[in-house]
Every structure is written in C-alpha cells, then in structure tokens.
Design a binder for this molecule. Sequence first.
Ligand code: NAD
Ligand code: ZN
Length: 345
Amino acid sequence: MPAIMKTKPAYGAELVEVDVPKPGPGEVLIKVLATSICGTDLHIYEWNDWAKSRIKPPQIMGHEVAGEVIEVGPGVDTVEVGDHISAETHIVCGKCYACRHNRYHVCQNTKIFGVDMDGVFAEYAIVPAQNAWKNPKDMKPEYATLQEPLGNAVDTVLAGPIAGRSTLITGAGPLGLLGIAVAKASGAYPVIVSEPSEFRRELAKKVGADYVVNPFEEDPVKFVMDVTDGAGVEVFLEFSGAPKALEQGLKATTPGGRVSLLGLYPRDVTLDMNNLVIFKALEVHGITGRHLWETWYTVSSLIQSGKLNLDPVITHRYKGFDRFEEAFELMRAGKTGKVVFFPHK
Ligand code: NAD
Ligand code: ZN
C-alpha cells in the first residue's frame, strides 16, 4: 500500500510502498477513510529542531484520522470489525500523578500517535485500541478526521462561558478557523478575528466571523474597543502563537474577562503582567491537547448537531496521496485551511 513516510532526517517526505501491517495485542487495523494534515506533520516535514529531537525515521506520518476497523488484535474488546473510529493522539500511561487525578491531557508519560510511532498517512493503519473513539457511521469521514484538532479548539473556546459573549480570536490558521466555528456554534457574539493573511481573513468570514481585522495594517486593540463601545471583549482566544497577538489580545480584553491560550510561542514572551493580567483580574487558561474523553463527547455532539460550519474550513481535498508534496507546500505557505486526504481513490 502507498504511505507518506519520513524516510530521512532531512526536509520533506516520500510516497513509498509498504506492506499492510498486522494488528498486535491491544491494536486494531483500520482502512483509512480520511486523514488530515496537522501543524505537527508540517514540522516533521520541514524537519525543524523539535522534529530532529523527537522523530526517528523511517516512520509513516500523520495522526488525524477517520477509519473503519477491519481487523482487531488479541485482547481487544472495546471496538469491533466494522466500527468507524477516529483516534485520540495522546497515548497516556494511566499510572502517573496527573492520570490518577483524571488529568489525562497532561499525563507526564504521554506518547504521541504518529510522532512516537507509525501514523495514518496510508491506506491502512494501526491504532492502539485504548485510543480509538467510535464515530456514528453516518458521520462524514472528512468531519470525523477533524475531531482531534476540534478537541483543541473546543477546550480553548469552551474553557468558560461563551454564549452571548463578545470574543476576540487572534490567528485564523486551521486551528483558529475551527475555533471560530465552535465559538459561533456556541452562541458567541460578536466574534472578532485578528489575522494578517487576507486569504485567511476571507475564510474566517465564511466560517462565521462577525468582524475581521488585519493587525499589520490596523490596531486590533482600537478595532475591538470600537466594536465593543470601549468595553473590550469578554473572551480572548489566542490561536496564533505570535507574542504581539498575545499582548494585543490582553489589552483588548475587558477587566474580569476570560483568556484561553492555545498558540505556542517561538521564544520566551515578555509582558506587563501587572497591568495586562493581574490588575485586570483576568481568568487565564493554558490549553493543551484535549480532555479525555469529555472533549471527544462534546466535539462529536457539536458535529452531529449540524451547527458546526466545517465546510469552509476544509479548503483542500485530495484523492490518494500522489499530490502530497503540493498539499504540504500550500500549507507551509499559509494558503490552506484544513487539508484532507482520502487515501482510497
Ligand atoms: P498556523 O501557524 O497555521 O496559524 C497561525 C495563524 O496566526 C496564521 O494564519 C498567521 O497568519 C496568524 N498570525 C501571525 N501573526 C499574527 C498576529 N500578530 N496576530 C494575529 N494573527 C497572527 O497554526 P495552526 O495550525 O492554526 O495552530 C495555531 C497555534 O496553535 C500554533 O501556535 C500551534 O503551535 C498551536 N497548537 C497548540 C496546541 C496545544 O495543544 N496547545 C495544539 C495544536 C496547535
Ligand atoms: Zn500518565
């Protein structure tokens, strides 16, 4: 079968022929119905410093997936042949201090599916049964594969009340776009999006942003104050990983408001903590991964509600992997929302 493999410790990846794997104890074999590219896959493709320290080629890439179980390994009793599943990517130990406090999302021994082992950019893939999440059979595979990053967005947006609350989202990359969809489905208003790329501002509007602003041309803090009659937003959701966006968002948040931070910063960030956080009595949440498994229930229900506007977020759909390099390069250039592959042509 064809698979996108990180074959060498260098830029890029290769489309190779490999055998269909056999599920071992505690594993299931799935036919991959849809699989999407995550920013992490891009880092592995680009071979950045993080990838160099973590990835051991040769390895099949990818972790966001929707598949049908076609074989189960010994000892698997939680999923059956014919089930449709997606995969939680954090493989947690269940034994550490965090796990024993039901904080599986911050397990201290987390292994990552598609990072620390072969992934799902292939026609068939192995998934650890403990990480399988059952999907309704009528859920579109292109939505089902988005559930893992949607979990990040749900934990960011729904870390506090949002219905009827003014909201600023900084960064409309794939994750910020999913965040807009979740915020709108949850009744946030108005949703203001700060994003420098014109292409992504247009996508943000299609997903449901009420206002968009280019922070490289206009002061987003003044923009937010104008829209909110000088009050600032109740909720600030940081999806960019840009230190400047963090500072602007904190300035644009109303005193006593709520802040959720998902974006990862390329370096240490310096902030006027006294005036931007403490004297404003902001409620600040760091967000990582997804809550197991509460967030998956929320994501699945949001998709089934029909209220999540995902179609404009999926900008590129590929049958097979033949044009995978084009897909990665477009994503690197910021010219995509989510990119989805359907491996079986
Ligand atoms: P991305 O890089 O595709 O998107 C970031 C967006 O922010 C881009 O569209 C960019 O144009 C925009 N941006 C840049 N500077 C800005 C500024 N000053 N103001 C507003 N917007 C600005 O990334 P993504 O895949 O959408 O992921 C978003 C962030 O979330 C990344 O930092 C990623 O590392 C992080 N992330 C965190 C977790 C977690 O568990 N905490 C999980 C996944 C991703
Ligand atoms: Zn643990």
